[in-house]
Design a protein around this ligand. Structure first.
Ligand SMILES: Nc1ncnc2c1ncn2[C@@H]1O[C@H](COP(=O)(O)OP(=O)(O)OP(=O)(O)O)[C@@H](O)[C@H]1O
Ligand SMILES: [Mg+2]
Length: 254
């Protein structure tokens, strides 16, 4: 009952992200075959799907790193395929992206890694403001002391936290997480999930979380979509999906 109310209220609002009928393939290989998604303000939407099902491809289409074969992507009410470069850049500043595997620049220090999006998107910032934002972002992930380190000097979990700090430094309205806990031990994975939830509360962001970590999905999701056979095969809360009778859905929760 409570949930019905919530869903109704959400469908009255405009989503911050909307993917409609997304198709994407590589040569004869069809990856996405009409995938749909709506992300509403303030929610944590988890996308689960097998390895190779097209989760990263989908997220790349979302931020304009890959062009869809067909279908539309709307971010904050704007169709990204219709945008010119400056507008697209502006929109991108509203989207934080935690790449699969962290993707820090190895040759740069932590400070330089964090400064990178600031300098790219906000050229007018003063030095002391840049410094303040970098420190704030590092404090959020509890790693102020690593400012002058290079990624190679940090553990995998620390690198992930730095990548998270970098994704958040522009205080984006939307955050996309591609496998935020993969490759981490269970305790570090829990810490990352905890951080993501803290940040969600602190900055009121809307998050799209790609994961095949069932524990992560259980803890963090308000709603979930299973990406299977190129489409949004099943949708619902963790509770709903994890108790479905469909054998393909069941396989995810074993
Ligand atoms: N640039 C590309 N050129 C050709 N094929 C690609 C390209 N990018 C992805 N693919 C193919 O698309 C399919 C989906 O890849 P994708 O990276 O989206 O999988 P995924 O669901 O994110 O998997 P994982 O859980 O392992 O990260 C794979 O078969 C992959 O080989
Ligand atoms: Mg992937």
């Amino acid at each position: 009952m409570e949930k019905e109310k919530k869903n109704k209220r959400q469908s009255d609002k405009e989503p911050v992200l909307r993917i409609k009928d997304l198709h994407k393939g590589f040569g004869d290989l069809k990856i996405l075959n009409g995938f749909n998604l709506e992300l509403y303000e303030g929610e944590n939407l988890v996308i689960m799907g097998k390895s190779g099902s097209g989760k990263s491809v989908m997220i790349k289409c979302l931020v304009g790193l890959m062009a869809p074969d067909k279908g539309s992507v709307e971010v904050l009410g704007k169709d990204i395929n219709s945008l010119e470069r400056p507008e697209m850049d502006h929109l991108r500043a509203n989207i934080g992206f935690l790449f699969q595997g962290s993707a820090l620049y190895d040759s740069m220090t932590v400070r330089e890694n964090l400064e990178f999006p600031l300098r790219h998107h906000t050229r007018s910032l003063k030095e002391k403001d840049v410094e303040a934002l970098v420190i704030e972002a590092l404090k959020n992930v509890g790693l102020e002391h690593t400012l002058e380190n290079r990624p190679a000097e940090l553990s995998g979990g620390m690198q992930r936290r730095i990548a998270l700090a970098r994704a958040l430094i522009l205080k984006p309205k939307i955050i996309l997480y591609d496998e935020p806990t993969t490759g981490l031990d269970p305790i570090t994975a829990k810490e990352i999930i905890h951080l993501m939830m803290e940040i969600q509360t602190k900055y009121q962001t809307s998050s799209l979380i790609i994961t095949h970590d069932v524990d992560c999905a259980r803890v963090i999701s308000n709603r979930m979509i299973l990406l299977l056979e190129g489409i949004n095969y099943a949708e619902g809360t963790f509770q709903e999906l994890s108790t479905m009778e469909d054998t393909k859905v069941k396989a995810f929760f074993k």
